[in-house]
Every structure is written in C-alpha cells, then in structure tokens.
Ligand binder design. Structure first.
Ligand code: ADP
Length: 330
C-alpha cells in the first residue's frame, strides 16, 4: 500500500494545485475589489445625508437666513447636528433682523432733523432780503436740529461701544458713590427747572471697577428720564446698597409711569412709549429722546456683567434698578 501511494504520479495533484492557485489568484483580488466597492457604496450611502446637509448649508447666506436644514431623525447624531445648526441659524437671523431694524430706525431718526434743517434753510434763502430776526430764527432751528442729531449720533456711538462688550471698555477702579453723587447733582440742576427734588441719602463708600465714563452715562440716562417723565413738583430718589458682592442702585421717581403693555419694550432701541409725549415733555436742555437712552443704559450694565431692570412702574411713578459687580469681575 505504501508503495502504491508513494509511486502514484504527482501530475494530477499538481494539476489540482494549479487550478486552486488560479482560483485563489482570481478570487482574492475579486473579493478585495468587491469588499472595496461595497465599503465605498456603504460609506457613500451613509455619508449621503451629511453631504446633502453640507450642500444645503453652503447655500444659506445673509439673504436667506430663514432657511433651515432638514431634520430626518431628531434622535440620531445627524439629527442632533442639524438641530444644533438650525438653532444657530435662528439666533443669527434674529441678530440680523435686530441689526437691520436698528439701521432702519437710525436712518429714520436722522432723516427728520435733516429735512427740518433743509426746509428752514431753503425757505429763508428763497427771499433775497430778510430781517436779522428771520435769519436768527432759521439759525435757531438749525442749531436745535444739529443738537438733536449729534445726540443721536453720540448715543449710537456709545451703544456700539457698549455692544462691543469688554473689549471696548476702559476699565479703571472708581467710586460708584462718587459717580452717583455727581450725576444726581447734575440731574438736580435740570430738575430745579421743574421744581423737582432729587433725594440722595448718605451713600456708603462703594469701590468699583469698570468704565467710569460709561457708568456715569448709564446713571445720567436714567436720571434724565426720571426728570423728563416726572411732572412739576415731583420727587426723584437715588439709593445704593450692596448685596453678595454686588452693588444695587435704584432710581425712583414720582412720574407718569410706564403703561403695562409698554414695560417689556422700554429697553428696545428707538422705542418710545409715546413719541408725542417724549417730544413735548422733554426739557430743552436734555433734548428730545430718540428712544435709545434705556437701551444704552442696559448695554452698559451688561457690558459690566451687571443688569438693569424696570423694577416697578405705575401711575404713581417708576423704579429702575441697576446691579453692578463690586469686584474685578468685568
Ligand atoms: P427716550 O430717549 O425717549 O427717553 P429711553 O430709551 O430713555 O428713550 O426710554 C424709552 C421710553 O421709556 C421713553 O420714551 C419713555 O416713554 C419711557 N420711560 C423711560 N424712563 C421713564 C420714567 N422714569 N418714567 C416714565 N417713563 C419712562
């Protein structure tokens, strides 16, 4: 048996081996190719929604920020990515809308004084000879409108500075009680013309850190409003306390108050409760407001990591409250 086994010809075995080698040689690359193709196909298939999202996102710009990415399944990773991206788009489109509104309101506010000045000038120049009084009158109109315009431009500049946040702040240590005493004194000069008393109790020493100039402007805006919207013979009270590392400053008046439906809007840019009311009752020295005062005051408070809220307002008066961090938290 051994002999017969050992003497068997190798030719068929070699033939078989050769066939198997051929089979192996062809099937391995074919298998690899197939696996590669399947992998490519699968990865393309799974990347398809990502590519579609990318394509859709590429087409979203400032002019069509209202478009959103499709969310096929809100619970898988892709769905969550699309939802997060859509939330970002919503916030951006809200910010864009505010910005557009701001530019529209600002140009509207600036257009009025420009057209008043143009009319005053052209009417005065129509006749070749005019009396001195007539020229004076025209110049007085131009002067008043220029004051109004420069106040609006200055307000917009301050707003831009406060909006830029801490980058644009000139931070220094200062005493908050001194700033309050100073601004209250300035307000009491304006208030005297309307026989309004400004009450300032003995304030505790309050060392603070921030942009003193902007903080002064914030309180001045609040105090000017208190004077503007308080009838003759009224009272304005300023107070300062400290609580848990923050200073609380309140400015109260015995003024007209703000109607409940207008209260949520008083901090919006260019918002005025009643445009006619603001213009008529505004003191000459203060100038008619453009509805930027409280918006500026709030962004100054926020740039200092503080806040400004309307605490209370009804027909007996209003109280605004500012919170400012006492330490170097800005
Ligand atoms: P303005 O420049 O018109 O005063 P603000 O932004 O300072 O603009 O205020 C917005 C509006 O809120 C004002 O037009 C006014 O009607 C109302 N307001 C602000 N402060 C007071 C206040 N102390 N009492 C009553 N109304 C106020």
């Amino acid at each position: 048996l051994f002999r017969s086994m050992t003497s068997r010809s190798l030719t068929p075995v070699l033939g078989e081996l050769y066939a198997e080698r051929l089979l192996l040689g062809a099937s391995v690359p074919a298998g690899l190719l197939l696996a590669g193709l399947a992998g490519w196909f699968l990865s393309r298939k799974s990347m398809e929604p990502v590519l579609a999202m990318a394509e859709r996102a590429r087409r979203i710009g400032a002019e069509n920020l209202d478009q959103r990415l499709p969310v096929l399944n809100a619970h898988d990773e892709l769905g969550q990515l699309a939802t997060t991206f859509n939330d970002l788009l919503s916030r951006l489109s809200w910010a864009f809308a505010l910005q557009r509104q701001f530019v529209a309101d600002a140009s509207h506010e600036l257009r009025t004084p420009v057209s008043v000045m143009r009319t005053a000038a052209s009417v005065t120049l129509e006749k070749s000879h005019r009396s001195e009084a007539e020229y004076r009158n025209a110049l007085a109109i131009v002067d008043e409108q220029i004051r109004r315009m420069s106040r609006i431009v200055e307000d917009m500049f301050r707003l831009a500075r406060a909006d830029a946040g801490r980058l644009a702040l000139e931070l220094r240590p200062f005493y908050l009680d001194e700033v309050l005493a100073e601004t209250s004194r300035a307000a009491s000069i304006l208030a005297a013309a309307k026989n309004i008393r400004v009450e300032l109790p003995r304030l505790p020493e309050a060392s603070c850190y921030g942009d003193e100039d902007l903080v002064r402007r914030m309180f001045m805006n609040m105090l000017e409003n208190a004077v503007k919207y308080t009838p003759d013979g009224g009272r304005i009270a300023v107070n300062l306390t400290s609580l848990n590392g923050s200073y609380l400053v309140s400015v109260s008046d015995t003024g007209l108050g703000i109607p409940a439906e207008a209260q949520p809007h008083v901090f919006e840019r260019f918002f005025r409760v009643d445009k006619a009311r603001s213009r008529q009752e505004g003191l000459k020295d203060i100038g008619a407001g453009a509805g930027l005062g409280l918006a500026i005051a709030r962004s100054i408070a926020e740039a200092h990591r503080g806040s400004l809220v309307l605490q209370h307002s009804d027909e007996t008066g209003s109280t605004f409250q500012v919170t400012l961090p006492a330490n170097r938290q800005v």
